[in-house]
Ligand binder design. Structure first.
Ligand code: AMP
Length: 326
């Protein structure tokens, strides 16, 4: 089970942290993937663009290979049981723990004028999404590790307090590999939907924009191959590794070790690799996004599948709590 918020254009971080794994998992696991529109409301006050954003997230996921016939692919708000479980989980969520969550502190910094209770309880809603499907594996990027730990705490606390084994422990999942963090192009943190747009590669970027952003990526000019590699350069190698063949990577690594790496050459190869990777996704997503009837059918079909299990989970949770009176 996993989700992506419809709060802006999807980017390379979303792809390599999340969507790539959705596609890899959907053949071998029972999967639930959603557009996290309720999560978006924690920061979005102007909701006029929500419909277009939801459609784009659906289209981009399908363009990346998510098959709505294999996985349940739905909108969070179409599964109202989410809100019910969110309420129950609020009883095992501790204020102190939520206030200390680093993502909450970041959001308070970014949205000082709108520090609402939804922002504070963001991890409770996320736990509700996961536990509603009684999911064990959650394909997410590294930035979500702490939220997963919180979800595990709630699962354990609920089971312990009310008895029974309603919820399994969910874990962040990346096929046994380390969780991914796709860095931003300005050497400042991770790629994200809202921070520096020139430092993030979006799946909707046209070829020239991709080239321009990569050529402008920050690099340290003084290179001492005997010292630890500066983060900006390590980031370029990390991005190159996502789209280039092994021999190409080795050639640039060899050049770097000799102190002879030409950043311009490496960026050109990286840019062409990204263009080749992003262009087909962009084009496919654009055609799906406009197919209103198809997207409606995807959402209805997905919500029906997700609710089937959600209704069962709510019944189990209410039984455990003792909320069934006849
Ligand atoms: P969000 O965009 O915050 O709704 O996140 C959706 C998914 O994308 C989550 O699984 C995140 O962990 C993942 N994600 C977002 N940004 C990055 C990034 N820069 N690197 C790796 N994964 C990311």
């Amino acid at each position: 089970m996993s989700g992506i918020r419809p709060t802006g254009f999807l980017h390379l971080g979303n792809y390599f942290g999340a969507m790539r794994n959705y596609v890899r998992m959907q053949n071998d696991y029972t999967c639930y993937f959603m557009v996290a529109d309720l999560h978006a409301l924690t920061t979005l006050t102007d909701t006029k663009g929500l419909k277009a954003s939801v459609r784009r997230v659906l289209a981009e996921n399908i363009a990346c290979g998510l098959d709505p016939e294999k996985a349940a692919f739905y909108c969070q708000s179409h599964v109202p049981e989410t809100a019910e479980l969110y309420l129950y989980l609020n009883m095992v969520a501790l204020m102190g723990e939520l206030e200390k969550t680093p993502t909450f502190k970041d959001k308070v910094r970014l949205h000082p004028g709108n520090v609402n209770a939804g922002l504070l309880t963001y991890p409770v809603l996320m736990a509700a999404d996961i536990l509603l499907q009684r999911a064990k594996l959650v394909p997410v990027g590294k930035d979500q590790e702490q939220h997963l730990e919180i979800a595990r705490n709630y699962a354990n606390r609920f089971n312990h307090r009310y008895g029974g084994e309603v919820f399994p422990e969910p874990y962040a999942f990346n096929f046994g590999e380390a969780l991914v963090k796709v860095p931003s192009l300005d050497g400042n943190g991770k790629m994200s939907k809202s921070e520096n747009q020139m430092a993030t590669l979006y799946l909707a970027d046209d070829d020239d924009t991709i080239r321009k952003k990569i050529m402008k990526a920050k690099t340290d000019s003084v290179v001492d191959p005997t010292a630890p590699m500066p983060e900006t350069i390590a980031n370029l190698f990390l991005l190159l590794r996502l789209v280039a063949a092994e021999d190409v990577i080795q050639q640039f690594e060899g050049d770097y070790a000799k102190g002879a790496l030409r950043f311009g050459d490496m960026k050109k190869v990286l840019a062409e690799g990204m263009v080749t990777f992003i262009a087909p996704i962009r084009e496919k997503a654009a055609s799906i996004e406009n197919d209103e009837a198809y997207l409606r059918q995807v959402m209805e079909h997905g919500a029906a599948k997700a609710r089937e299990r959600a209704v069962e989970t709510i019944r189990l949770a209410k039984e455990a709590i003792g909320l069934i009176y006849y």
